[in-house]
Design a protein around this ligand. Structure first.
Ligand SMILES: C[S@@+](CC[C@H](N)C(=O)[O-])C[C@H]1O[C@@H](n2cnc3c(N)ncnc32)[C@H](O)[C@@H]1O
Length: 459
């Protein structure tokens, strides 16, 4: 007799599946004879016919062939390419239910993985959840006898040739169309991933929400950039004012977009955007939150949780271009930012000067390596803010936080699973979770940002 959870499905066969849940990647989850089946684009409440494409030990994956009963969470995506494009995992789910799902995702991660029983404040969503992105990275290739540029198709490296993306700022869409047309007109050779030939691999476009300046980065396989000058002449004629045009060279066989060398071809070194009262200069490879409207909400939450009085030393770890530290600077005695990307540290220093902030210092290096050195220098923090990438904090850094006995930690996270793992460690180190606030920075996708305030339990 089959045990619950034991494999009962076969690859290539079609099953009727009632979807009851969703994975953290936004795939529907149903069961066939108690065996878990993940179904991309299926929503809780759907009943689907789905064909199994792979079977693992504890779960299978199946693709929808027909929706027999539609979930009440299902909408017709506004984007006509949503069915193919891999950019938005939740374009077929109405926004109210997206928010409810993200809320539950954070709650369950903290509960199950973090073993933390705490109230999670209601997620802060967007009033108008479109046109919010200030940056996009478009792969370039060749298909149907022409250059194509857009987004990778779901589960593939085929490029969906796109003309418009509803979550991008309108100027990114405009610039994208102009760039694609100019590349086609000049017959610039697109990259061929299969034999690692051709020139243009990606076009990365950034926009400043505050002054509409554009940064366009051509990522090339080769150092040589044929048609470069004509390209710039045509582009600068076509677009309102591209503030800066860069070439970035990436000659490796890799899925990583940027190479290490960026060359300014035209215009300004940076584009400048604004969050609240502060201005931030951003260079091509530096991290800057992709949704400036919700970033203000996020940073205001951090500021509120920090409740600084002007006497504190603040460590801003994983500081990017210095945004959070500089946002807190007016209320602190000193800010020390640590960031591993040198270019971002240069931006952070520039940003401190741009905003007339003299009591912020930025150090290039890994947070886990630099933090113990700060202690040796006697720079004991009163508040530590961490905002790590998806993989979360390095365990050595958490151990330093424990050793420092810092009274307050604010954790800004873009991944509830690693957040929960790290919070569990910090609670074992004597910290208590005081506030958990999810914020939706990424409507139509399965991502969610969370701010957590922790304080050290008194012995
Ligand atoms: C999620 S971003 C946050 C940036 C910034 N706090 C913000 O709000 O824009 C994470 C940053 O951590 C940096 N980073 C990654 N690993 C690091 C490490 N081990 N030590 C320091 N910085 C790191 C990345 O380059 C990136 O800029």
């Amino acid at each position: 007799m089959k045990q619950p959870g034991q494999q009962t499905v076969n690859k290539g066969e079609t099953y009727q599946i009632e979807i009851t849940d969703m994975t953290h990647d936004g795939e529907g989850v149903g069961r066939v004879d108690d065996f878990a089946v993940f179904v991309p684009e299926a929503l809780p409440g759907d009943v689907v016919l789905a064909r199994v494409i792979s079977v693992k030990k504890t779960y299978a994956r199946a693709l929808i062939e027909k929706i027999l009963t539609k979930s009440n969470q299902r909408i017709t995506p506004v984007c006509q390419k949503a069915e193919w494009c891999g950019g938005c995992q939740l374009a077929h789910m109405d926004y109210k239910h997206q928010l409810a799902w993200k809320q539950r995702y954070v709650e369950e991660a903290l509960n199950r993985l973090g073993k933390i029983e705490t109230k999670v404040l209601p997620i802060i969503g967007m009033e108008n959840p479109e046109g919010y992105r200030n940056k996009s990275q478009f792969p370039v290739g060749f298909a149907d006898s022409k250059l194509v540029m857009g987004f990778f198709q779901k589960r593939s490296h085929q490029i969906v040739d796109t003309d418009h993306c509803r979550i991008q700022h309108p100027l990114i869409n405009k610039a994208f169309q102009s760039v694609k047309q100019v590349l086609r007109d000049l017959r610039v050779e697109p990259y061929n991933e299969i034999n690692h030939s051709g020139v243009i691999r990606h076009v990365v476009i950034r926009v400043s929400f505050c002054n509409h300046a554009l940064m366009i980065v051509f990522v090339t396989r080769t150092d040589d950039f044929p048609h470069r000058d004509e390209l710039i002449t045509c582009l600068t004629k076509e677009l309102p004012e591209p503030a800066s045009v860069y070439q970035n060279i990436n000659s490796k066989v890799t899925n990583v977009i940027f190479g290490s060398e960026s060359r300014l071809l035209w215009g300004e070194r940076y584009i400048v955007d604004r969050i609240g009262d502060l201005q931030f200069a951003i260079s091509p490879r530096s991290f800057f939150q992709i949704n400036p409207i919700q970033t203000k909400v996020l940073y205001d939450l951090v500021k509120g949780a920090a409740a600084l009085t002007g006497t504190e030393t603040v460590w801003d770890l994983y500081c990017g271009i210095g945004t959070i530290g500089l946002y807190l600077a007016a209320d602190a005695k000193q800010i020390i930012g640590v960031e591993s990307v040198e270019e971002a540290v240069a931006d952070a220093r520039f940003n401190a000067a741009l905003n007339g902030i003299e009591h912020a210092r930025f150090i290039a290096g890994k947070a886990e390596d630099v933090a113990p050195k700060l202690l040796q220098e006697g720079l004991q923090p009163d508040l530590v803010v961490v905002d790590p990438p998806r993989k979360g904090c390095d365990p050595d850094l958490l151990a330093t936080i424990k050793a420092v006995e810092v009274p307050k930690v604010i954790y800004v996270s873009c991944n509830p699973a690693t957040l929960a793992r790290d919070l569990r460690i910090l609670t074992e180190y004597g910290y208590q979770v005081k506030m958990v606030q999810p914020v939706d920075l990424f409507p139509d996708t399965s991502h969610v940002e969370t701010v957590v305030l922790m304080s050290r339990a008194k012995d």
